[in-house]
Design a protein around this ligand. Structure first.
Ligand code: HEM
Ligand SMILES: *[C@@H]1O[C@H](CO)[C@@H](O)[C@H](O)[C@H]1NC(C)=O
Length: 329
């Protein structure tokens, strides 16, 4: 008895550590050091390509951030969004929230090419998209966050999920909350990540009804600042000819990642209905908190991005490492 008792604390520690490491392998957990030996310069490669792209077009930071969001909300963060339609294969690019809208695919291709040159066949497109979103945000002075790695690429895509799971700009607050909840994200995640609209542009078609015929009332949305409304009406006319005309999501500072988006909401200067509805009801307190405290917005945005990046990754031996991000191997 005494013999086995004296050795047991050490033995159980060894067994415990062994089991912990086995669990990591068995479940293919994500980690910040996943490519430490197989592609040690990965972050620098991604950062370099993103910084060059954003230097020549600041909006690209926004486009890369949105690409990550639209990837993660459909089957999880698995690069399903990057797959082109092909004979016998339907991707997600023609879904209503994506078509003529999501951009940045060429930048992802450029990153993948640069990565393959240094570390062939080991880095997933899903991880590249996740890293590119962060590098875009930091390139426009936004917060950084730890990106865990080890996601693998899907061999499938879902057009129907892209149409159903990504929230529409006409959504009410309760519709937004339920679409986020369906992905395991909280109300705080919703408000904080909506702050991603502090950068980038939206097409007239995504908010026109607010300017002319809100909820079929024949009038503009009453929650639109009058001067802001008249300026938007000049850019976004009733004619379908202006469908693709762009307006900044953050009228104050479209190329700087800051909390001005939330200040806009307090003054009825939110561009999309899905933006403006956050400034009432159960989400109002957080809007006010972020409007008054940029550091709190940055901290909550960072943690919400970590949560978004953890939506249903493929790990271990699931999925594959694509050779081209646009096609299955
Ligand atoms: C809460 C629900 C959301 C809705 C309804 C929504 C809707 C939209 C719409 C309609 C556009 C303009 C698209 C176009 O004109 O083609 C847009 C742009 C954008 N969205 Fe969202 N979005 C949401 C959440 C998010 C989240 C969570 C992020 C990232 C964290 C994000 C990041 C962006 C960015 C950065 C742009 C500008 C993209 C560019 O300029 O290329 N959005 N969003
Ligand atoms: C507003 O939209 C409704 C429903 O689509 C339509 O019947 C009505 O004619 C529109 N009103 C105006 C002023 O455009």
């Amino acid at each position: 008895m005494a013999k086995s008792c004296s050795s047991s604390p050490f033995q159980s520690l060894i067994i415990f550590l062994f089991l912990v490491s086995m669990c990591g392998m068995a479940f293919g957990q994500l980690s910040t050091t996943f490519y430490a030996s197989t592609c040690p310069n990965l972050v620098q490669i991604v950062s370099g390509v993103v910084r060059r792209a954003v230097a020549s077009e600041p909006r690209m930071a926004a486009s890369l951030l949105r690409l990550h969001f639209h990837d993660c909300f459909v089957q999880g963060c698995d690069a399903s969004l990057l797959l082109d339609d092909a004979s016998g294969f339907t991707g997600e690019k023609s879904a209503l929230p994506n078509q003529n809208s999501v951009r940045g695919f060429n930048v992802i291709d450029n990153i993948k090419t640069a990565v393959e040159r240094q570390c062939p066949n080991v880095v997933s497109c899903a991880d590249i998209v996740t890293l590119a979103a962060r590098e875009g945000v930091t390139a426009l002075q936004g917060p950084s966050w730890p990106v865990v790695l080890g996601r693998r690429d899907s061999t499938t895509a879902s057009l129907s999920s892209a149409n159903n799971d990504i929230p529409a700009p006409t959504s009410s607050a309760s519709q937004l909350l339920s679409k986020f909840q369906a992905k395991g994200l909280s109300a705080q995640d919703l408000v904080a990540t909506s702050g991603g609209h502090t950068i980038g542009q939206a097409r007239c078609v995504t908010f026109r009804d607010r300017l002319y015929n809100f909820s079929s009332s024949g009038r503009p949305d009453p929650n639109l600042n009058a001067l802001f409304l008249s300026r938007l009406q000049q850019q976004c006319t009733q004619s379908s000819a202006s469908d693709n005309s762009l307006s900044p999501l953050d009228v104050r500072s479209a190329n700087v990642f800051d909390n001005a988006y939330f200040v806009n909401l307090q003054f009825n200067r939110g561009l999309l209905n899905s933006d403006q509805v956050l400034s009432a009801g159960s989400t109002q307190a957080l809007v006010n908190a972020y409007a008054g405290n940029n550091r709190r917005f940055f901290a909550d945005f960072a943690s919400a991005m970590v949560n978004m990046g953890n939506i249903s990754p493929l790990t271990g031996s699931a999925g594959e490492i694509r050779k081209s991000c646009r096609a299955r191997n």
